[in-house]
Write a protein that binds this ligand. Structure first.
Ligand SMILES: O=C(O)CCC(=O)C(=O)O
Ligand SMILES: [Fe+2]
Length: 315
C-alpha cells in the first residue's frame, strides 16, 4: 500500500510570541524538529513594506537583459547585486536552476572590520524606490529573525538572548528571486533539491505553488502557506550547532502545472547568518550518549559559508 500523504504543516501564530512566549517557542520548535520548517501566521511585518519591495523587484527584473547584467559582479560569490539566469546549480545537480536573483546584504560603515566579509551593496538606479523599499524589507526581516531566534533559544533551553550578539551584525542576505515562465521543454526545475547554508531562512512569497520539502520518510510535501504567512526553515548552520536536533531539510521549487507555466514566480528568502567570526561549536545540551557530537571541530561561520558556496558553484 502507498504511504499516506504527509500531513500539511500547521501554521503557528506569531501573536503568541508576545502573549504566551513558552507556547510559541514550543509550537515553533516542535514544527522545526518534525520537518525543519514552520509556517508563521500574523507575523506583523507591514504588508505595504512587502508589497513595495516586491513591486520594485518585478520592475527590476523587467528591465532589458543588457541593463541588468551591468549589476553582475563575477567572482564575488554572488553576494551582492545580480546573479543572472543559469548560474546557480544545486549541489550535485547536473543542470542549473531556472531562476535569476538579486542579493542585498548588511550595510556597514567603510572602516568596519566586518567590511572584508560584507562588501558594499549595489542598488539599481533604474527603479527609483528600490533602494529605500528593499532596505526597509531587509531591516524588517532582520528584526523578525532575531525575534524568532529568541523563541528558538527558549526551545533549546538556552538564555533567550543567546543568539542576539551572534547575529546582530550577521552576514545575512535578502534574496529577491525571479523565476521566469517555464517553457514546456525546459530542462531542470525552478530550484533543484538543496538545503540552506545559513542559520534560519525567512521566506515571503511562497503562496505561489512550487515549494516542496522532503519529509523524513522521503516524500515531497507541498508547502501551502495561507495568504500573507511567513515560511521559516532551519539551515545547515543551526543544524550543525544543535547537532541535528533541529534538522535542515531538503527542499526544492518544482515547475508549475502546464496551465500555469506561462506565469513567473517571485519570492524573497532572507538568509539569516551568524556574524562571520562566530565559531559554530556544538551546543553541549544537544550532545547525549545516544547522540554523540557529530562535529568535535568548531568552524567559523565565514569558513563554513565559503566551503558551501564552492559546492553550489557561486565562487
Ligand atoms: O522560492 C522559494 O520558494 C524557495 C527558494 C529557496 O529555497 C532558496 O532560494 O534557497
Ligand atoms: Fe532554499
Amino acid at each position: 500500500m502507498a504511504d499516506a500523504a504527509p500531513a500539511a504543516i500547521q501554521p503557528v501564530s506569531m501573536g503568541l510570541a508576545a502573549t504566551d512566549p513558552d507556547r510559541f517557542a514550543e509550537e515553533l520548535g516542535d514544527s522545526f524538529r518534525r520537518t525543519g520548517f514552520a509556517v508563521v501566521a500574523d507575523h506583523g511585518i507591514d504588508q505595504g513594506v512587502i508589497d513595495r519591495a516586491v513591486e520594485d523587484t518585478k520592475a527590476f527584473f523587467a528591465l532589458p537583459e543588457g541593463l541588468k547584467r551591468r549589476y553582475h559582479l563575477p567572482g564575488t560569490g554572488g553576494a551582492r547585486g545580480l546573479t543572472p539566469f543559469g548560474v546557480e546549480t544545486a549541489k550535485d545537480a547536473k543542470v542549473h536552476d531556472l531562476k535569476e536573483f538579486w542579493h542585498v546584504g548588511r550595510d556597514l560603515p567603510d572602516a568596519h572590520p566586518y567590511r572584508r566579509y560584507m562588501p558594499e551593496n549595489l542598488w539599481p538606479t533604474e527603479v527609483a524606490g528600490f533602494h529605500t523599499h528593499v532596505k526597509t524589507l531587509y531591516d524588517a526581516l532582520d528584526e523578525m529573525g532575531a525575534t524568532l531566534l529568541r523563541a528558538i533559544a527558549r526551545y533549546l533551553k538556552l538564555d533567550e538572548r543567546f543568539f542576539d550578539d551572534k547575529v546582530r551584525l550577521g552576514n545575512s542576505v535578502l534574496r529577491l528571486l525571479h523565476y521566469p515562465p517555464v517553457p514546456m521543454d525546459a530542462p531542470g526545475v525552478r530550484a533543484g533539491a538543496h538545503e540552506d547554508i545559513n542559520v534560519i531562512t525567512l521566506l515571503l512569497g511562497a503562496e505561489e505553488a512550487g515549494l516542496e520539502v522532503k519529509t523524513r520518510d522521503g516524500q515531497w510535501l507541498a508547502i501551502t502557506p495561507p495568504e500573507g504567512a511567513l515560511v521559516v526553515n532551519v539551515g545547515d548552520m543551526l543544524q550543525r550547532l544543535t547537532n541535528h536536533y533541529l534538522p535542515s531539510t531538503t527542499h526544492r521549487v518544482v515547475n508549475p502545472a502546464p496551465e500555469r507555466r506561462g506565469l513567473p514566480r517571485y519570492s524573497t528568502p532572507f538568509f539569516l547568518h551568524f556574524e562571520p567570526e562566530f565559531a559554530i561549536r556544538t551546543l553541549p545540551g544537544c550532545v547525549t550518549p545516544e547522540t554523540p557530537d557529530r562535529y568535535p571541530e568548531a568552524i567559523t561561520a565565514d569558513e563554513y559559508l565559503q566551503q558551501r558556496l564552492r559546492e553550489i558553484k557561486l565562487i
